[in-house]
Ligand binder design. Structure first.
Ligand code: MG
Length: 256
């Protein structure tokens, strides 16, 4: 069931989303060669807690026997890691790396979810293109995030834009509704057909999140049970915002 949020719920969502955006801004300014992903994680947790929030991903159940619950505030995925990378003091960022950071703030019963990919130090031209196309794919998708359109319209627009630019979308993971729960209905794939899927209505809150691989779309899960990498070893990028469907244009709630 897709929940339609009340005015009061939307105000609470905005606050959780504001904190998520603030954390991303803080991390963007902190990312440099030499910093570890664990240092970024500590910084993110501090900003969330200083603002009265709770890191929603910390302790998120793996649901798999023998695999630990997610141990950190942020997912930090470097280079060929697509999503769900675990912050570590052993992962030291170096010049030319790319890092995707995904994080969710929980406050007063509601969640705000967003992801960004950054280039560390000096950028390679092909990496700039990957990061830009992934971000733009989100904005191409939300052109269709208006009442009467369907989820498939968003999905198709994302896939078409990414593939037109010579990259691949990940099919095993997808965007989602968000609110009281981090993951709610509907699922929002980054591929699909126009005119298919649930119809959009004002008051829906959705996390739309293109995950893009420079090479082939196939993925692989590492032994930690969390980290997803590209199978061909090419770099991957991730861009996500929580949005609100309104009578007119969608509102992006997690922009700084
Ligand atoms: Mg996310």
């Amino acid at each position: 069931m897709i929940e339609i949020k009340s005015k009061r719920e939307i105000e609470l969502m905005k606050e959780a989303c504001r904190i998520t955006a603030l954390v991303h801004k803080t991390l963007e300014e902190a990312i440099r060669p030499g910093i570890t992903t664990l240092e970024l994680d500590k910084l993110a947790e501090k900003v969330i807690r200083d603002n009265g929030g709770i890191p929603a991903q910390k302790g998120y159940p793996s649901g798999v026997k023998g695999v630990m619950d997610f141990p950190a505030t942020i997912c930090a995925s470097v280079n060929d890691e697509v999503i769900h990378g675990i912050p570590s003091k052993k992962v030291v960022l170096k010049d030319g790396d790319i890092i995707s950071i995904d994080l969710v703030t929980y406050k007063e019963g509601y969640n705000g979810d967003a992801a960004r990919t950054h280039i560390v130090g000096k950028a390679k031209q092909e990496d700039i293109k990957l990061v830009e196309v992934t971000k733009q794919a989100f904005f191409e998708g939300i052109k269709f995030a208006t009442p009467g359109n369907r989820i498939g319209d968003i999905s198709f627009a994302i896939q078409e834009y990414v593939e037109k630019n010579g990259f691949s979308v990940v099919k095993e993971f997808q965007g989602h509704g968000i609110g009281r729960q981090m993951h709610e209905d509907p699922g929002i794939p980054n591929y699909g057909k126009p005119g298919k899927g649930p119809k959009l209505e004002p008051g829906m809150t959705l996390a739309i999140e293109p995950m893009v691989i420079a090479g082939k779309p196939d993925i692989w899960e590492l032994e930690d049970g969390w980290t997803i990498v590209s199978r061909d070893g090419t770099k991957a990028a991730h861009y996500e915002n929580t949005i609100l469907i309104t009578e007119k244009e969608p509102k992006v709630l997690t922009l700084y």
